[in-house]
Design a protein around this ligand. Structure first.
Ligand SMILES: *Cc1c(COP(=O)(O)O)cnc(C)c1O
Length: 471
């Protein structure tokens, strides 16, 4: 008699068997190697055929009831990724370029597979220790004291929000609406955005003039603070930029720190773009004064070449960071979790559950060694100096600088329309991508060298194209 044996355990299609898992990972590994090998030849940008891509039902379809093969899915991914700006390409000198260390992507894979809970120390003390050690290393790099604490965020914007909320909590009364903070027209817009999200009215953000080199005018800062106090406002924070997004200019950090100290203001330093140049001798020299920061924002996904999604906040007095971010009441559902000497990252951030972000820094730093990062950043400084020298020799251009960091800004003597047209022609070759900005109402072209894959030959392609079309 044929027996009908009931299936005792349901099949587990969500958990691949060993061989299935290997096949999935090998497919991904092959794909990653091909992607990286293809980068030198891949166009850094391509916006042709975007409408067709977005209208293609083979790309944009709801998930099927039964799964499809990974090869088919990787092909869809390739098609979707082919359009737009290829931030992984060394040909991108636009905005502040991304990069994408593959070792950090490997860390992300490992962290996801481990899937340990690192919002609190108790569930993963060893892993929280690794992340905490990385943060300590960063704090030491910037000369912050043992009291410093920090948190890894998804980017500088969220780190800035946490920094402003920390400053607000530490420096202002519960009704903080008269609080005033000081930026320049060159500060990143994430500061004003953070102030608004943190509940400040628009008038709270005071724009201090810059000098001819686009650096904060500290005398003007002093006068603005005095005038605001006389008008009954509550000056509480000054934001210095350690490498502006437009031109890579570093504000006069020692002088601003001096004003902050004498006026008893919180010194916030935005090092999202420039911060990790601190690893180099030249950067360390130019960033002098950064060690006075009460809060410091960095973007490992910029000047540490990580894939997008990693920012960093450090606060000189870690208790103030915790005071602004830890919950008022004990949460009874967390009562089984004892805390020891390790940080509970949830007390330093708006987040509770989050991925094991620290591995993205820990693995590349330990795998490649700090010297590799220092050398790469030194190379970016050298390349920018080279671009500056080369562009300065083109008669049709006015070149700002020399650059503090790795951004060279220029304009056509013939005017804004000529500058925009020059960039359009250079970009149309699709070997490099440059972007423009506006400073004091005038269009500036920029070459920002920050991708670890941008080498001398790619930089020279940008220079040669600029020379060819500048006329
Ligand atoms: C990029 C940048 C930011 C914003 O960082 P995100 O990581 O994009 O949120 C802030 N400040 C400066 C100077 C930047 O260059």
């Amino acid at each position: 008699m044929p027996s009908r044996i009931p299936t005792l355990a349901p099949p587990r299609p969500l958990e691949p068997t060993g061989p299935e898992l290997r096949a999935l990972l090998y497919a991904a590994v092959e794909h990653v190697v091909e992607l990286v090998d293809g980068l030198p030849a891949a166009p850094p940008h391509d916006h042709t055929g975007v409408d067709e891509l977005l209208a293609d039902p083979a790309v944009r379809r709801p998930p099927p009831e039964h799964g499809r093969g990974v090869d088919e899915l990787l092909a869809v991914l390739d098609r979707a990724a082919a359009k737009g700006i290829n931030s992984a390409s060394g040909g991108v000198f636009a905005y502040v370029p991304g990069s994408g260390l593959v070792s950090a992507a490997v860390a992300e894979l490992l962290a996801g597979v481990l899937n340990r809970y690192t919002g609190l120390a108790h569930p993963a003390p060893g892993l929280v220790a690794l992340e905490s050690d990385v943060l300590r290393w960063v704090a030491d790099l910037f000369g912050l004291p043992a009291t410093a604490a920090g948190t890894l965020t998804t980017g500088a914007s969220l780190a800035t929000l946490s920094a402003l909320v920390t400053a607000r909590t530490a420096m202002l009364p519960p009704d903080f609406r008269a609080g005033t903070l000081y930026v320049t027209a060159q500060s990143h817009h994430c500061v004003a955005k953070a102030a608004r999200i943190a509940g400040f009215p628009g008038a709270a953000v005071r724009v201090v003039p810059t000098d001819a080199d686009l650096r904060m005018d500290t005398e003007a800062l002093r006068r603005a603070i005095d005038a605001d106090r006389a008008a009954g406002r509550l000056p509480f924070c000054v934001v210095a930029t350690a490498g502006t997004t437009n031109t890579g200019t570093i504000d006069p950090l020692p002088a601003i720190a001096e004003v902050a100290a004498t006026q008893r203001l919180w010194l916030h330093v935005d090092g999202a773009y420039g911060g990790f140049f601190q690893l180099t001798d030249r950067g360390h020299d130019r960033l002098r004064g950064i060690e006075h920061a009460d809060s410091l924002v960095l973007d490992p996904h910029k000047s540490l070449f990580l894939p997008f999604g990693t920012g960093c906040l450090l606060v000189r007095d870690g208790r103030l960071l915790a005071a602004a971010h830890s919950p008022d009441d004990d949460a009874p559902y967390l009562q089984d979790l004892e805390t020891g000497t390790l940080p509970d990252f949830a007390d330093h951030s708006p987040e509770l559950t989050r991925e094991f972000r620290g591995l993205r820094l820990w693995l590349p730093l330990h795998l490649h060694g700090v010297a590799a990062f220092r050398a790469a950043l030194d190379e970016k400084l050298d390349l920018a100096a080279h671009v500056h020298e080369q562009l300065s020799g083109i008669p049709a251009l006015t070149v700002l600088g020399p650059p503090d960091l790795s951004t060279v800004a220029f304009r056509c003597r013939a005017g804004d329309a000529a500058t925009s047209e020059l960039l359009r022609r250079v970009n149309a070759e699709r070997r490099v991508l440059l972007s423009s900005t506006r400073v004091d109402g005038r269009v500036l072209g920029r070459v920002c060298v920050l991708n670890h894959r941008s080498d001398r030959s790619r930089v020279d392609e940008a220079v040669d194209a600029l020379r060819r079309y500048a006329g």
